[in-house]
Design a protein around this ligand. Structure first.
Ligand SMILES: Cc1cc2nc3c(=O)[nH]c(=O)nc-3n(C[C@H](O)[C@H](O)[C@H](O)COP(=O)(O)O)c2cc1C
Length: 224
């Protein structure tokens, strides 16, 4: 499965099969996490067979079922956009090797998490992972015109930019808020990505930017 496909079939999965992740896949995940940790300066850690992280009152509210594996993302404060960008790399990698995930900012049992958090850093987010009892469902989208803009409104939207925006629309965002705006600047090659007001909107923006890059593919452009 290539990244384009992984991006399109990925949905949040909150109901899992109570089964272990095979050793080979654990190795692949750990290699990818080590690579992403080195590249980003964030710390990705995999916790296996820890069902307590999703038990208790909050789990009820977040309605996770049989979730027993998760990844923590720890790093300096202010790195939210990078957490989104590199975390989504891991999420799509997991999808490519046949695993399902969900980004989880709130609905887990905070007291049961074993992540080590050095001083000055924070636990940014969890990513639940495992074999889904289902594959999740496509989310609702805002109309495309609410999510993107041409700085030069007289210019027709180039297909590569539209591909990028469509890919961004498949990105997971906190509470499916889609609080982002992608603007193609007048020069036709610079794209400005802006997080609008909303909880976790900066993290969402990192995720959205990664999807945009996948959607655009080889066409040259750069971020503002
Ligand atoms: C930063 C972030 C935080 C999230 N936190 C939670 C959460 O605490 N609990 C939960 O059940 N889902 C959480 N989600 C999942 C979103 O609700 C989900 O991505 C969104 O509804 C879109 O659905 P999709 O992922 O299936 O495309 C979070 C997603 C993101 C990106």
């Amino acid at each position: 499965m290539n990244l384009q496909e992984a991006m399109r079939v990925r949905h949040s999965v909150r109901k899992y099969l109570p089964k272990p992740i095979e050793e080979e896949k654990v190795m692949l995940l750990k290699e990818e996490m080590a690579r992403l940790s080195a590249e980003s300066g964030l710390r990705f850690t995999l916790f296996l067979d820890e069902p307590e992280a999703f038990t208790g009152k909050l789990a009820h509210y977040g309605s996770f079922t049989d979730c027993r594996h998760y990844i923590t993302v720890v790093g300096a404060k202010g790195r939210e956009e990078d957490v989104g960008y590199y975390g989504e790399k891991l999420v799509l990698f997991a999808q490519q090797i046949g695993l399902h995930t969900c980004w989880v900012a709130l609905t887990y049992n905070h007291r049961k998490i074993k992540a080590e958090i050095p001083q000055g850093e924070k636990l940014h987010i969890l990513i639940s992972i495992g074999y889904g009892a289902n594959r999740g469902l496509p989310h609702k989208n805002k109309p495309m015109e609410k999510l993107c803009r041409m700085e030069d409104s007289g210019m027709p939207m180039p297909p590569w930019f539209q591909d990028g925006v469509e890919a961004s629309m498949t990105a997971p965002t906190a509470m499916n808020q889609q609080k982002f705006l992608l603007t193609l600047m007048r020069d036709g090659v610079t794209v400005k990505a802006k997080a609008l007001m909303g909880p976790y909107a900066a993290m969402d923006l990192g995720i959205v930017k990664y999807h945009f890059e996948i959607g655009v593919g080889d066409h040259p452009f750069h971020w503002a």
